[in-house]
Ligand binder design. Structure first.
Ligand code: F6P
Length: 408
């Protein structure tokens, strides 16, 4: 009797999932009986599985948010709908896959209003992944869970929007089960992802940071001060470099290049003598003799460097050298702002392309934007996940040629 009742519940759970109309208010809760039960316990015949199979694509936004994520989701949904797919939006990144938290995207959620909005309608989670029992899931365990859920939900493909950490994660999942079709979409304000000239989010952060520096320039000019502006970017100096060039900064310090204090002071003095103010843009992971970044242990499995504070260290040292210097740390305002048109376009191109590739039964891969074209690199061909600035890069050469001090 109990077995028959359980079978019935399993079938109901399966049919609910196959229908278009999952109650949005319920989707944050765990399903009483997941699709796993229906399929994994083989309660349904192969024929039933076949006939009930609804074309379905999943999408998730992993890691920290940035502008342009909603544009990816919007275009992916539009394209998927046109091809006749149901689109599942997993909430809180991989957490939503593992814990069965998702929304079925529709026109009310995914309309053009979201295009200019920063953040992600699917929410973000950068905390460690916990299992059912509240214990931390290691990579092996979480990969297994993702694979299990992918099959249980009968996904035709998964659009995995993420940073460079996500590429490694996708590769590991595919090593364990190559039958999954996963298309990686590069996003990050840091712009440090391999196989793409630009990641979604970078155009907006460049605007936001440049606007903030401009606001600082006006007060620097009136008060005849030196400002040291600290920007995000983790181990990559792209944000500092591009926004520094765009605002005519005097000094740009990036983690990829060492700097000499005496040369920095010499440049600040020269600029100050010429125009009675100076701007130093510094990337958060730049170190000084006085300050080295420490790693912080987030969990048993996750070690992460703690960044922040370099602007104050430099401003204080400049004060000792006689300058009226102030430090400004831009912080998380860099992750918001009205999404730049370039990010809306890039995001939509990536979103639409990802669905097209899944629909074509193409191989798993990572999308990128190279030489003004959207390209895909097959996951098997990916050997590195990170892209970093080099002394020979066009933008560094440009900064040098304009007399900006960018280190040695
Ligand atoms: O990777 C994007 C980023 O914004 C980095 O530039 C920054 O160091 C980090 O995320 C901040 O992370 P959190 O929001 O967890 O403090």
């Amino acid at each position: 009797m109990f077995i028959r009742y359980k079978k019935l519940l399993s079938v109901i759970a399966f049919l609910e999932l196959c229908g278009c109309s999952i109650d949005q208010t319920q989707t944050d809760k765990k399903e009483p009986l997941s699709l796993n039960d229906a399929i994994l316990t083989n309660n349904l015949t192969a024929e039933t599985k076949q006939t009930n199979h609804k074309k379905r694509i999943g999408i998730l936004t992993s890691g920290g948010d940035c502008s342009g994520l909603n544009a990816i989701i919007y275009a992916a949904y539009k394209k998927a709908k046109a091809f006749g797919y149901e689109m599942i939006g997993f909430k809180y990144g991989v957490h939503g896959v593992v814990h069965n938290q998702y929304i079925v995207l529709d026109d009310t959620i995914c309309n053009s209003d979201i295009l200019q909005k920063s953040g992600t309608i699917l929410k973000s989670n950068t905390k460690v992944l916990l299992g059912e029992n509240g214990k931390i899931l290691n990579k092996e365990e979480s990969d297994k869970e993702i694979i299990k859920r992918y099959h249980a939900m009968q996904l035709d493909g998964l659009i995995y929007v993420g940073g460079n950490g996500s590429i490694g994660a996708i590769k590991n999942i595919l090593k364990k089960d190559p039958s999954l079709r996963i298309i990686g979409v590069p996003k990050t304000i840091d712009n440090d992802i391999a196989y793409t000239d630009e990641a979604v989010g970078f155009a907006t952060v460049s605007e936001v940071v440049s606007n903030a520096i401009e606001n600082i320039i006006s007060t620097a000019q009136s008060h005849e001060r030196v400002f040291v502006v600290e920007v995000m970017g983790r181990d990559a100096g792209c944000i500092a470099l591009i926004s520094g060039i765009a605002t005519g900064a005097d000094v740009i310090l990036i983690p990829e290049k060492k700097y000499k204090w005496d040369n920095l002071v010499r440049k600040v003095k020269r600029s100050y003598d010429e125009k009675k103010y100076a701007i130093v843009v510094v990337s958060e992971s730049v170190e000084s003799e006085e300050m080295k970044h420490k790693s912080c242990q987030l969990s048993d499995v996750l070690l992460r460097k703690e960044y922040g504070g370099i602007a104050s260290v430099i401003a204080n040292k400049l004060k000792k050298s006689g300058f009226d210097a102030k430090a400004v740390t831009l912080g998380h305002i860099q992750r918001g702002g009205r999404t730049a048109v370039a990010d809306r376009l890039l995001g939509q191109k990536f979103g639409a392309e990802a669905v097209k590739l899944i629909n074509n039964h193409d191989k798993s891969g990572l999308l990128g934007y190279q030489n003004d074209r959207i390209v895909k690199t097959n996951m098997n061909d990916i050997v590195s996940t990170t892209r970093s600035l080099k002394a020979t890069d066009e933008d560094i050469l440009l900064a040098n040629s304009l007399g900006i001090y960018v280190g040695e």
